[in-house]
Design a binder for this molecule. Sequence first.
Ligand code: SAM
Length: 421
Amino acid sequence: MVGVMKLPRTLLAYCGLPGYGTSADAVLADSSNRQHIRETAASQAFIWCGKQESDYITFGLPGLAPLIRVNNGQCVEKRVLGVNIPRENAEALRKIIARSRLLDKNHAIVEDDDYVVVPVLSMPPHPLLKEFHAKIVHRDFPNQESMRDPIDDIRDVAAIPEELKPLLPDKWELFGDVAVIKLDPRLKPYGRQAAEAYASVLRLKAVLEDVLGISGRFRVPTTKVLLGTDTVATHLENGVKYRFDAAQIMFSSGNVEERSRMADLDCDGEVIVDMFAGIGYFSLPLAVYQKPRKIIACEANPIAHKYLVENVKLNDVEKVVEPVLGDNRDLPGRNVADRVIMGYVKTTHEFLPVAMRLLKDGGILHYHETCPNELLPLRPVQRLVDNLHGGRAEILRLKAIKSYAPGVSHIVMDAKIFRPS
Ligand code: SAM
């Protein structure tokens, strides 16, 4: 039986965790200079973790040792979509982005020595990003001084008392031609007028108010329709079409990088189980851009499942994605999946026994959880270890996706799972 108490004292930290450095403080070292890195690490208060041959649990990729400096960095609120392009490719790709009218002219391009980050209105097609070795990011950008921000136009046209105009929110969620906004209580009597202003400037068919955020087992948003009758959005991201009713179904824009990462996973010929499929957040990019043999996409909410079925058709991946309506705990089979995706928060660990049952020996788990920062990185690792029952796990990656609440991160941990021999 493996317990967390048996884990090596050098327990891991990896890049991107708030409280463990916000940017990639990780250093990857091959075995030839590990000793040097280890000594440097020790002298600089790095935590080292590598393969622990004698332990059941193994951290780090073979031949690579992740390092991290504990520096109590703050998590930066990430807001605008951008494309991170190696400098040598930047100008060529920027021109294509501009020609495709994807350039976000309200924000300024950001540069450093090696990369140029171009703000975009929506994600350029994945093959284009791949061709230019570019990656999608979600980050802060400086405003482009010379351009007029749409919020200025919205405030200009809004038929509400002048003194309330500064309260109109300068950020919103945009799904195709449906927007979701949060309203200051003082604006509540003017919800309709506010919505009309957003609709006319942003050319929307419907505007919703986010009333109470996301809640419940089905992760349903509580919204109020301020304007319009048709709240079904077709949201295009990374060349993938997501159709859903924004009044009834959530779409986390903060998970954009994770959805994009799924599109990049090499999973040729694999059988994949997406345990919390929703409308296809992760199944669709995987099916559109990779060549898995089958993706079993399980969703318990009948409304989300209806859109999942629709999206599978819309993206032409019926041969690969098999939507299943029901509770993932009822999925049959043992040792059937090369990969299991657990894209859920709050109680994800309660479903680990199901994932362990479904995974083949050597299969890969993508485990999400929301975790207080002070419990990172131990708690998700401990929860996994508690479910190994004599098997072992190799942690391939542990990364914060976004800030979930003050002091709480939504993390994803990738692990290779080995059954007891
Ligand atoms: N990871 C998603 C993203 O990237 O935006 C968000 C989570 S998604 C909304 C989670 C889905 O899991 C919901 O649609 C919910 O209905 C579904 N769900 C919850 N419990 C489930 C269960 N036991 N079996 C199958 N689906 C479940």
